[in-house]
Design a protein around this ligand. Structure first.
Ligand code: TXA
Ligand code: MG
Length: 349
């Protein structure tokens, strides 16, 4: 696709005119166009889910392989029957999970409804669906119907958490980016497989992709089973672990358990992705870094780090060093999702 098919407009949706901006976006979507929309996790590259030609454009613009299915967004749990085909038992499970986590950063994988073209789900008989906590995405879904939207980055690259990050990759390829500000979660939604609940028992789920809704939070309402498969962007669902890089900066990224594993080469420039950026930490002390970007400056909080992760990776990537070294974060709660993205972004994952 030509790089200059469109002159991409970035429309700032503020408190006063956000509904008008949503209307412009929905009108474009209903005409079969593809636009970028904010969600609370990352920006999405949106198309009307029932319009196969529009969905095909999403794959084309992202340069995404057609075996990697999309997430479909709906305005509320009331629209679930438009995209999924649920037994009573599954409906119960979905309602319990939706009561607690929707609108929000949780995607449920459920049996698909026949309204949804096979292209959306890459031929799978399941569909990944969520209700975003961002009012712009929900408003557009109300007007234009279920919206298929993967993250608005080129395939395998860093997910965008601001309109500027979207425009750096997709300028000229789409007519509109709705600028709803920085994404407040900053990491893609948690994806779960939902199983039918036995009467009177908690729903059973498996985490397919860790995210802002942590295992600990899910356990409050569901039994979390060990996943038989996990997924990551670009993997054929039945062949996990095949693709080399996801969420990847162009600069090689090394994730070391222990900074002693790092052997700098003479004359090469290295940037550090640090948790706290504090001078008294081993990673900061280990080398004369060209630049240090802290995920949670001063305090080293994983929850803050999650919000800033993709921004921080872009900062270091754009500096043009020979390599980025990343410090691991504690692998609990939201740290699990950060480590998942860092491993997939790293050279030796
Ligand atoms: O937070 C998010 O989830 C963002 C925003 C825009 O909503 N979306 C997002 O989409 O991260 P994407 O396409 O970058 O990641 C979707 C993931 C892919 O890894 C895909 O393999 C998986 O969801 N997926 C989609 N449908 C699936 C299905 N039926 N079964 C299992 N995995 C599925
Ligand atoms: Mg993605």
């Amino acid at each position: 696709m030509s790089n200059s098919k469109y002159s991409t407009e970035i429309s700032i949706a503020d408190l006063y005119d956000w509904k008008e901006v949503c209307k412009t976006a929905s009108d474009l979507l209903k005409k079969g166009e593809v636009v970028a929309l904010p969600t609370e996790t990352v920006y999405g590259l949106a198309a009307v889910a029932t319009n196969e030609a529009a969905v095909a454009k999403v794959f084309d613009i992202k340069e995404r392989p057609s075996f990697d299915p999309l997430i479909v967004h709906i305005a509320s749990v009331n629209e679930i029957d438009q995209v999924a085909q649920l037994t009573d038992g599954l409906k119960k499970a979905v309602n319990i999970l939706a009561d607690k986590f929707w609108p929000g950063p949780l995607t449920m994988v459920l049996p698909k409804n026949e309204n949804i073209p096979d292209l959306v789900t890459s031929g799978l008989d399941t569909i990944a669906v969520r209700v975003s906590a961002h009012e712009i995405m929900r408003e557009v879904c109300l007007d234009a119907g279920p919206i298929a939207a993967p993250s608005a980055n080129l395939f395998g690259r860093i997910s965008p958490t601001s309109a500027t990050a979207v425009s750096k990759e997709l300028e000229g390829k789409i007519p509109l980016i709705v600028d709803g500000g920085a994404c407040r979660e900053g990491l893609e939604s948690t994806i779960i497989l939902v199983k039918e609940a036995e009467p009177g028992k908690k729903p059973v789920v498996q985490i397919l992709r860790p995210g802002p809704v942590t295992r600990e939070k899910l356990r409050e309402v569901a039994k979390v089973e060990k996943a038989t498969k996990t997924i990551s962007e670009g993997e054929a669902i039945n062949a996990p672990g095949q693709l080399k890089s996801h969420y990847a900066p162009r600069t090689p990224l090394y994730l070391f358990e222990d900074i002693k594993e790092f052997e700098p080469e003479e004359g090469k420039k290295y940037g550090l992705l640090s948790l706290s950026g504090e001078e008294d930490t081993k990673f900061v002390q280990a080398h004369e870094w060209e630049k240090i970007v802290a995920l949670s400056p001063g305090s080293g909080k994983a929850s803050e780090g999650a919000v800033r992760l993709f921004w921080a990776l872009r900062e270091l990537d754009e500096a043009g060093f020979d390599a980025i070294v990343a410090e691991p974060v504690p692998n609990t709660n939201i740290g699990v999702a950060i480590m998942d993205r860092l491993k997939k972004a790293s050279v030796n994952h």
